[in-house]
Write a new protein. Structure first.
Ligand code: SAM
Length: 278
């Protein structure tokens, strides 16, 4: 029994099912669930689609499992469909919700005070023009992706636009993370993993940027008893190993050249995995 917490198009679940596993495929996006359920119908009773957030996996899947897999972020169908409002490359409603519930991006911009919006753009986007951008967004209250891109372009002086990425990349990443409460959900999943895994079970998480990778690394290190050393300098250290988990990846696993050129989105992927001891 495996939980695929980010079912998406069902690629990972398909590989797990083909290897003989029973899979609970969780996704908050009803369209992903529908498409993946059709793709995986041939596995019959071994595939269980579940609508919900992976942060709630402990209540969504009422038994201990042998594995938890998370492949974080948005899927290609979400990103590439203008009507979902994730992409600064296509015009569409400024939505950005992975699921069908909660506040859209346009509503989030309208609700947040300017200083809080600036903090979101700074913290989740690492955008140094966050204050200017928040001011423009609040002044214009964009309803479409292109109107939001336009606000960013007006806020960032032309000579300061990045060369390697779109000027709106960081702002869009930040808004997407906030709309979907991505980091809160990740923290909830990291807290749930020790409860849902059976002894000998494994958790593997693929992250795409440091805001995701940092908490995964920290939580996995803590589970493996490798937390930061709190001993004051100069005092003798007695190491006790009473960890319940062991790391399966000493360093994050990254895509090789062949995979990265086949699938450019894999370039920034980092995989970390742990195993619960029996
Ligand atoms: C990168 S895609 C996964 C692709 C999948 N591994 C595959 O093989 O096709 C991420 C998926 O996870 C879903 N997702 C992201 N965060 C989620 C969360 N907190 N709860 C449930 N689903 C989530 C998204 O809706 C999206 O469909």
């Amino acid at each position: 029994m495996i939980i695929d917490g980010t079912l998406g198009g069902g690629g990972h679940s398909e590989a797990l099912l083909a290897a003989g596993a029973t899979v609970y495929g969780i996704d908050r996006d009803p369209r992903a669930l529908e498409a993946a359920s059709a793709r995986l119908a041939r596995f019959g009773e071994r595939f269980h689609p579940v609508k919900g957030e992976f942060g709630a996996m402990a209540s969504l899947v009422p038994m201990k499992v042998q594995g938890v897999l998370l492949d974080l972020g948005v899927s290609s169908p979400q990103l590439d469909q203008p009507s979902r409002g994730f992409s600064f490359m296509h015009d569409g409603p400024l939505d950005m919700r992975m699921g069908d519930q909660g506040e859209t991006c346009a509503e989030l911009i309208a609700r947040l005070p300017e200083n809080e919006l600036a903090d979101v753009i700074y913290q989740y986007g690492d955008e140094r023009f966050s204050r200017h951008i928040a001011r423009e967004l609040k002044a214009r209250l964009p309803q479409t992706t292109f109107a939001a891109v336009d606000a960013v372009k007006r806020a960032v002086p032309r000579g300061k636009w990045p060369r390697d990425i779109n000027v709106a990349t960081r702002t869009f990443q930040a808004l997407r993370i906030a709309v979907n409460r991505e980091l809160e959900n990740l923290e909830a999943a990291l807290a749930a993993i020790p409860q849902v895994l059976a002894p000998g079970g494994r958790a593997a998480i693929i992250s795409f940027h440091s805001l995701e990778d940092r908490p995964v690394k920290k939580a996995f290190r803590a589970l493996c008893g490798e937390g930061p050393d709190q001993t004051p300098r100069g005092l003798p250290v007695i190491r006790e190993t009473k960890a319940d988990f062991v790391a399966l990846t000493k360093k994050a696993v990254v895509a090789g050249e062949a995979e990265a050129s086949n699938n450019p989105r894999a370039r920034s992927a980092k995989l970390r995995a742990v195993e619960k001891l029996s």
